[in-house]
Design a protein around this ligand. Structure first.
Ligand SMILES: Cc1ncc(COP(=O)(O)O)c(C=O)c1O
Length: 400
């Protein structure tokens, strides 16, 4: 391994959303990583900073080429660089698409448990939500195609938000499944927005399928959101792209992003994205291997020490989806854990009703945090089971 992912970097005092928590808490919630960015990206940012002038920026052709090159090399998908539009984030892009392309009385379909930002963007856009819950078989999630078709057939449903790969479960959708989604959406004239922000972080040996690559039907009837922000831990730089093969649709999307005032890059977002997608591969390979080890660490620990908590072994992302229904509890275990064990995970119900007996743990962090988090989880479970809630946990755990 050429990069030091074990390195502890104190993020407190940097206005970090994740670490803006009391000092005795270990935050393993929001989806950013505690790793330093790749040296090649740091170099690009420092060079830009050293220039010292930070006026308005444009998006050069190198930016389009960097994305197109990456998707061809890493995901065997050849896109025309001109299909890409800059956007300052995936959520601003989705919000712009909704605002521009949907009538106010039209509905949006999602498949819970799914990224909570989907709920928020739909609510803020004041559109009606339609849910087609995924089916959980105790190990993994499947789409319920019968239910999906029934919901898509509602003439008021005009857009489907697809999470590919899936957050929070880490499920990678197969080509066959994506084709089925694409065919159904085309049949009922429902536009697909495929959020592929987690696509690069897959377990070694696994890769994802870009929705637009599946067929012409999928490509022509879709808008794909991609970014270097999860892959390279750059969320605070606000840099993403929207890929729209169809020219007329692309013009509409462009106007939607502009209407949201999200079409202009900041002084660092272009250079960082170009460095990431042209020079970031060696770092990403090591990071994927490290994350996989972290996931193994969680899996083994739970098997050996805490069988009451079950890990759903999705093959994508640094997010681990933990089922705790064996504790005999359906709800609110997350607030108990946070209060009594100082472990901040996301409550599964944030991702929809069927996420209620789950927790999402972010293992995009040094292994020592993962081990500490697991110890806290174990102690939290023990306490929960014994109902000894009068222990002073703040004095029990080391301050990180
Ligand atoms: C599936 C998914 N989409 C979008 C986002 C947010 O993207 P952005 O910060 O570019 O708006 C996240 C962040 O966690 C995510 O998990």
């Amino acid at each position: 391994m050429n990069y030091d992912f074990d390195k502890i970097i104190d993020r407190r005092g940097t206005n970090s959303l994740k670490w803006n928590v009391p000092k005795e808490e270990l935050p393993m919630w929001v989806a950013d990583m505690d790793f330093e960015a790749a040296p090649e990206i740091l170099r690009a940012i420092m060079d830009r900073a050293a220039h010292g002038v930070f006026g308005y920026s444009v998006v050069p052709k190198e930016w389009n080429d960097a994305y197109a090159g990456w998707w061809e090399r890493r995901h065997s998908f050849r896109m025309d660089p001109d299909w890409l539009l800059f956007c300052s984030g995936v959520i601003p892009a989705i919000s712009g698409v909704i605002g521009r392309l949907m009538k106010t009385d039209e509905k949006i379909l999602i498949q819970p448990p799914v990224y909570n930002g989907f709920y928020h963007v739909i609510e803020r856009s004041r559109r009606e939500l339609v849910e087609s819950p995924l089916i959980y078989d105790g190990e993994s999630y499947e789409m319920d195609f019968e239910d999906l078709e029934q919901k898509l057939a509602d003439p008021k449903v005009s857009l489907m938000l697809l999470c590919n790969p899936q957050n929070p479960s880490g499920r990678i959708w197969t080509k066959k499944e994506l084709k089925q989604v694409g065919d159904l959406c085309a049949k009922y004239h429902v536009l697909v927005v495929s959020d592929e922000i987690h696509c690069d972080i897959t377990d070694p040996g696994y890769s994802y399928v870009p929705f637009a690559s599946v067929s012409d039907t999928c490509g022509d009837n879709s808008i794909t959101c991609i970014a270097p922000t999860k892959t390279f831990n750059l969320a605070g730089l606000k840099t993403a792209a929207v890929m729209v093969p169809d020219k007329e649709l692309r013009e509409q999307v462009k106007k939607g992003i502009q209407a949201n005032e999200a079409s202009e890059p900041n002084a660092f977002s272009v250079d960082a994205a170009i460095a990431a997608f042209t020079k970031g591969e060696p770092w990403l390979e090591d990071m994927r291997a490290y994350i996989w080890e972290n996931k193994k660490c969680v899996e083994n620990f739970l098997k050996n020490e805490l069988p009451q908590v079950h890990m759903v072994s999705g093959k994508a992302s640094y997010l681990v989806w933990l089922e705790y229904s064996l504790l005999g509890e359906k709800r609110n275990f997350s607030s108990f854990l946070r209060k009594h064990a100082g472990l901040y995970l996301v409550d599964g119900k944030e991702y929809g009703e069927n996420g209620s007996s789950f927790l999402r743990m972010n293992v995009g962090c040094p292994r020592s945090y993962v081990l500490e988090g697991l110890m806290r989880l174990k102690k939290g479970v023990e306490l929960f089971e014994s109902k000894r809630s009068n222990v002073d946990w703040n004095s029990t755990f080391p301050v990180l």
